[in-house]
Design a protein around this ligand. Structure first.
Ligand code: ADP
Ligand code: MG
Length: 248
């Protein structure tokens, strides 16, 4: 029995060592030739003009570029919040192009997490309730989702504010609740669109430190849009957009 396990471990290690070129298994997201245009009256705005991106498992990516360069549009395509006109998005081996809206919704609920600039918390729900909604929707038991919400709120430093309403919290605290919500179901990828845009620099640093903590200790893959150079320094790699194309 032990020999069998040892052999399996050896096989896995040899397999790893033998992989000289990167295979698509190494990428959690592959976006191929993504085009997204918006129709404004008679005018077509080309927000993304054929973008190719590959993001590795466990990477912390910053998407940068001037206002209007397509950062939010790209994040929304990769995060399955919008559908491109053409192109392909593969997430953890699953080709999402042929999914129906319903299938996409289910995939998002189980596999993806989001943090927005304006926190997007439900004002009538307390911190715990805001955090456990997605776990409840996944069909977890009450005990399970309450414990999970309490654990993750403690991990973001809000263990003493579990019952508090968003209106009684500072912007930084609200953003930490939204980070707890985004991570409660252990998503494969966390997407964040300018998460610090409404925060002062000290609070921004606290939020970025949290992202870094989950990235380094849990291997959480993070894709974050920002236009601040010092925010991007937290990332392993920067994808720079200009006029709807990857510049570098
Ligand atoms: P960024 O996040 O880099 O500021 P966006 O992705 O929001 O840029 O927008 C890229 C371009 O697409 C801009 O020209 C913007 O006006 C346009 N755009 C984005 N979303 C829409 C929409 N829903 N309707 C029309 N135009 C849009
Ligand atoms: Mg934007």
């Amino acid at each position: 029995m032990e020999d069998k396990v040892k052999n399996e471990v050896r096989d896995v290690e040899e397999n790893k060592a033998g992989k000289s070129e990167e295979s698509s298994d190494d990428f959690i997201i592959e976006g191929m030739d993504i085009v997204r245009t918006f129709k404004m009256g008679e005018v077509h705005v080309r927000a993304l003009g054929g973008v190719n991106v590959k993001i590795r498992r466990g990477e912390f990516i910053a998407i940068m570029g001037p206002s209007g360069s397509g950062k939010t549009t790209l994040l929304n395509q990769l995060g399955l919040l919008d559908t491109p006109n053409s192109g392909k998005i593969i997430i953890d081996g699953t080709d999402t192009s042929s999914m129906s809206d319903r299938e996409k919704g289910k995939f998002r609920l189980h596999n993806l997490g989001y943090v927005f600039q304006d926190y997007a918390l439900l004002p009538e729900l307390n911190a715990s309730e805001n955090v456990y909604i997605s776990l409840m929707m996944q069909g977890k038991s009450k005990e399970e989702y309450e414990v999970a919400a309490s654990d993750i709120l403690t991990a973001v430093g809000l263990g003493d504010r579990i019952q508090q309403l968003p209106s009684k919290m500072s912007g930084g605290q609200q953003q930490r609740v939204s980070i707890a919500r985004s991570l409660a179901h252990s998503p494969r990828v966390l997407f964040a669109d300018e998460p610090c845009a409404n925060l002062d620099s000290q609070t921004s640093k606290e939020v970025l430190d949290l992202f870094q903590k989950f990235n380094k200790t849990k291997g959480q893959t993070i894709v974050m849009v920002t236009h601040e150079g010092w925010h991007a320094e937290y990332a392993d790699r920067v994808i720079k957009l200009k006029d709807g194309l990857v510049e570098s």
